[in-house]
Structures are given as structure tokens and as C-alpha cells.
Design a protein. Structure first.
Length: 132
């Protein structure tokens, strides 16, 4: 069984120096260093494919493809200079999307409707964030 990183490409992360990855321990949080992000099992990705691998805001990418793009972070950018990270460049974003599309094609067998893949990301209003 394969393991995956889930890259988050939402507009809020467009100007970050590194690509954000979703954390499996807390699926709504994102981080730059791969050790902090952790990996997702193939079963988890298939179970929540519409959210974790929608091809728009999130892409589940095989671990080997992410590791091939990983580099050490710039000193002082991350607490303890934890790495590796994937630099936020057009080339790296495209490479992750291409690698992730192979997974989307495999998940077509699960009949994920296209409309479900293009879901709007979860947002919290300031009031709901304070009430939690």
C-alpha cells in the first residue's frame, strides 16, 4: 500500500515560500516541513478523496514524488530549521499536480462526481472561531 502527502494549494497559501501539506493528525491544519506534515495511507486518501485529492485545492501526491522535490529550508524560516520542505515555485506546484492526477484517475473507480472535487474550502467566521 502506498503513502501520500496531501499538498494544499488554496489561495491563502499562494505567496508562502514553501508548499503547504495537510497533517493527518489534524486534517484541517497545514505545515511546510514534511516531518511535521506526515503521510496519509492510501485507504485514508480513498476514503476522503473528494476532500484530500480534489485536484483543485488539495492533491494527494505519492511520497516518492514529494521527496524528489524536497530541499532544506532557508535558515531562520522555520522553527529549528526543520526540513525538508518543497519550495513554492511554479515548477514544483505543476510537478505535484501532475503526480497527483495519476491518483485522481485511479480514484475514478470510486465514482467521485466532478462537482464534489471542486468543493469550496472550509472557512471559519471570526465569531465561530472564538466560540470554539
Amino acid at each position: 500500500m502506498s503513502v501520500y502527502y496531501v499538498a494544499a494549494f488554496g489561495p491563502i497559501h499562494a505567496h508562502d515560500p514553501y508548499i503547504c501539506f495537510r497533517c493527518p493528525m489534524d486534517g484541517d491544519s497545514v505545515c511546510w516541513p514534511l516531518p511535521w506534515a506526515g503521510t496519509w495511507s492510501e485507504a485514508d486518501v480513498m476514503e476522503a478523496a473528494a476532500e484530500l485529492n480534489n485536484g483543485v485545492n488539495t492533491v494527494a501526491v505519492p511520497e516518492h514524488a514529494v521527496r524528489a522535490l524536497a530541499t532544506a529550508p532557508a535558515p531562520g524560516k522555520i522553527d529549528g530549521d526543520v526540513g525538508p520542505v518543497v519550495r513554492n515555485s511554479a515548477f514544483n506546484r505543476r510537478a505535484l499536480v501532475v503526480a497527483g492526477r495519476q491518483n485522481i484517475a485511479r480514484l475514478e473507480a470510486f465514482a467521485i462526481p466532478r462537482a464534489a472535487r471542486a468543493f469550496a474550502p472550509k472557512t471559519l467566521s471570526p465569531r465561530s472561531a472564538c466560540e470554539a
